[in-house]
Structure formats: structure tokens, C-alpha cells
Design a protein around this ligand. Structure first.
Ligand code: KG4
Ligand code: ZN
Length: 376
């Protein structure tokens, strides 16, 4: 079962070809310079970029997968959540291709893609061909369990940490999702990006904050850890952003309007520490909640998804939580599968394909606030 998947939920134009959990190709492109001077993604610029690049990205994904349109069984596309004008470009292209090549259409929730991204298996290319176990032909590849997952990962608690979301989602199985907690204001990635901008780092700031934080030391600057006294798994990152702004202003005033590299590093380090403490404290609530309410379905694992999952400090702390609670911790195979990509959309669509869960190409419309599951 080979799928062409398309994601244009935000600024990345992404296409991939997948087969079960196997990623045959994954291509994406984004022009961050377009948005950098505004300090965030500008919807109209993103839409124009998608329109200009989508054909080229899809053609490249097909070429790298070494498949023809005859060998594609369905077309998967992100329906939401995301920027309405960006989503529209992907949906229009997917509908056009579905009609042209007479392939069924599958509509996917972008956050379900992030949630299942840890399942993606990437096969090394040999002589410019992907080697796929147990199969001669792409079209007969069985629905493989990732080698890393010899044990069933479900039920699991998903930690979705991206530029637009901070969510703890209980997944009893694929397709059965309950939101245990989520952000009340800014998402964790958004907060990293805003603090990165205050510190004069690149865009998006998350990875630059992580990088420079390595040069900083803890102890001097104090950030308040948010919502410590609220007994829930909800998060709030806007207070940390405000605290960072105050610290930056005070230090700049005392330093003729500039910050030294060491000051930037110390602020980044203290901010990151508080942001992670908040995430871990709320994760503990989410785990307690799941354990209390799901006695029969013992929690098997934690699965992490979204761009912020690329952060090595977060990975370290999440592994520690997993160890403490005796559950396995899964991350996407590489950083490119953490940030936005279409391979994860193909993985999520594979299950819909097996269940004949297809979309009506004459009626499909974008859902910028597409909910992932029931909010508890
Ligand atoms: O999942 P994603 O690509 O897009 C959304 O769906 O939002 O996530 C992008 C976010 C950005 O906020 C980016 O700064 C953040 O992920 N990010 C990081 C790191 N790498 C990417 N945040 C912290 N540390 C990182 N290493
Ligand atoms: Zn995303």
C-alpha cells in the first residue's frame, strides 16, 4: 500500500511517499528568510510559497521513492489544524491529483501525524533504491511493525510539543485519543521562538536557544515555573515569555542597551530550564491522571512528537520520567521527523486506508482548528 502524502499546514511545503510505516521518500522546503523579518510566519507569504513549490516538491518525492502514479494507492493530505490559507493549497492539489489519477483521498489531522511520527521507519537507500524487508514490490509491502517496536506501544501517553501546540494526549489505540491537558495560551515552541527573538537569535528560535543555553550556567537568573499550584496537566507559557522580556530589559539597561554572549547564554539556559520543569511537572499530572482513570489499560509508553522533541535536554528529562514510571519512551527516528513533514501524514493515513476511511473529494474543506480528540 503506497501513499503520496502532502502537508502544507504552516510554512513548510512537504510531500512524502510511504508504505505502511516505511518512509520511501520525504521532501520539504520552506523559505524562512521570507518570514524572519516579521518574527513569525506570514500567512499570505506562506500561501504563495506553497503554490510556487508544491508541484516541484511532489515530483521530487515521487522520483526519490522510485514509484509511478500507477503504484500509488491513495493520496493523503493534511486537513488541519494549521493556517487556513496554507491548508487550502495542499487540499486543492491533493484533490486535483486524486481526480486526475483516480486515487482515493485521505484527510489527516496534522497532530495525529505528530502523535504517530515515532512509528516512522526510515530505510537506508542501497544503490539508490530503498531496501524494504520481506517484499519484492512496493505495492505488496506488509503493514510492518517498526523493528524498534517489538512490544506494543499502546496504550500510550503522547507529548505533543510544537510551535502551535503543547498537548498531553492519551491514546488507547490508533484513532482513540483523549486530551488530558493542553496549553492555556502560548505553545512551548512559540515561547522558545519569542524568547529567541528577544535574545537576537535566529528564527525559528527553538534550536538556537538550545544551542546557546549550553554555554550558560544555572543559578544566577530565576524564572518562575508556571502553574505550580494548579492541579491539572494544562500548561501556560506566556508568563515565561513576559518574565524573559523583563530580564532582558533590566540587563540591557544596565549594559548600554546590549547583551553580552554570556548574558544571552545565561538567560537562555535559565529560561530553558524553567520551560522544561513546567513541561515535566505537568506531564507528571497527566501520568497520574491516566493511571488513575485507566486501571484496565496499563500505560505502556510515552511517545513524543513535534518540533520541540528535537531538543536534547527535553529528551533527557523525558527519558528520566519514563524510567521512573517504568514505561518506554519513544521519539521520532530523526529530527526531520520531529518538525513538520509529510511522512507522518502518510503513516497516519495508512490506518485510515486499511479502514476504508476515505474523504469525499467534492466536499473536503480545510479545518484550521481540527480537534484531535475528546478534551477531558
Ligand atoms: O512541529 P513543528 O515543526 O511545527 C508546528 O507544527 O508548530 O515545530 C516547530 C517548533 C518551532 O517553534 C521551533 O522553534 C521548535 O519547534 N523547535 C525547537 C527545537 N527545534 C525546533 N524548540 C526547542 N529546541 C529545539 N531544539
Ligand atoms: Zn506541526
Amino acid at each position: 500500500m503506497a501513499l503520496l502524502a502532502i502537508d502544507t499546514s504552516f510554512d513548510d511545503t512537504a510531500a512524502a511517499v510511504t508504505n505502511g510505516y516505511i518512509v520511501l521518500s520525504s521532501v520539504f522546503s520552506s523559505d524562512l528568510a521570507l518570514h524572519e523579518e516579521w518574527g513569525g510566519v506570514v500567512p499570505n507569504l506562506a500561501r504563495e510559497y506553497h503554490k510556487k513549490n508544491i508541484d516541484r516538491i511532489i515530483a521530487l518525492a515521487m522520483k526519490r521513492a522510485h514509484l509511478t502514479w500507477n503504484e500509488i494507492d491513495a493520496i493523503a493530505v493534511t486537513r488541519g489544524p494549521g493556517l487556513a490559507v496554507s491548508l487550502e493549497v495542499g487540499l486543492a492539489k491533493a484533490t486535483e491529483l486524486s481526480n486526475l489519477h483516480k486515487k482515493p483521498l485521505i484527510a489527516v489531522n496534522h497532530m495525529e501525524g505528530h502523535l504517530l511520527s515515532f512509528l516512522c521507519q526510515v530505510k537506508k537507500r542501497k544503490n539508490n533504491k530503498y531496501s524494504i524487508p520481506n517484499s519484492q514490490q512496493h505495492t505488496t509491502v506488509p503493514f510492518l511493525k517498526p523493528e524498534a517496536l517489538s512490544l506494543d506501544p499502546f496504550p500510550l501517553l503522547s507529548i505533543l510539543i510544537s510551535g502551535g501546540h503543547t498537548q498531553f494526549v492519551y491514546a488507547r489505540e490508533i484513532g482513540a485519543y483523549e486530551i488530558i491537558g493542553e496549553t492555556q495560551d502560548d505553545a512551548i515552541g512559540e515561547c522558545f521562538d519569542k524568547v529567541g527573538r528577544m535574545l537576537g537569535l535566529g528564527f525559528p528560535g527553538g534550536k538556537f536557544v538550545e544551542q546557546i543555553a549550553k554555554e550558560g550556567t544555572l543559578g544566577g537568573i530565576q524564572f518562575p515555573v508556571p502553574m505550580r499550584h494548579v492541579k491539572s496537566a494544562d500548561t501556560s507559557y506566556s508568563g515565561l515569555k513576559t518574565a524573559a522580556m523583563k530580564i532582558v530589559n533590566v540587563q540591557k539597561e544596565a549594559n548600554e542597551g546590549t547583551l553580552s554572549r554570556q548574558q544571552i547564554a545565561d538567560i537562555a539556559c535559565a529560561f530553558q530550564d524553567a520551560a522544561l520543569k513546567h513541561l515535566i511537572e505537568k506531564l507528571e499530572f497527566a501520568i497520574q491522571f491516566v493511571k488513575k482513570n485507566n486501571e484496565a489499560n496499563k500505560l505502556q509508553s510515552l511517545a513524543v512528537g513535534g518540533g520541540v522533541a528535537a531538543n536534547l535536554q527535553i529528551r533527557k528529562r523525558l527519558r528520566h520520567v519514563g524510567k521512573k514510571h517504568g514505561v518506554r519512551v519513544y521519539f521520532p527516528y530523526n529530527k526531520k521527523l520531529c518538525t513538520d513533514n509529510a511522512a507522518m501524514i502518510g503513516i497516519a493515513a495508512a490506518h485510515k486506508f486499511r479502514n476504508n476511511d476515505f474523504a469525499d473529494s467534492t466536499q473536503i474543506d480545510r479545518l484550521p482548528n481540527f480537534p484531535l480528540g475528546k478534551l477531558l
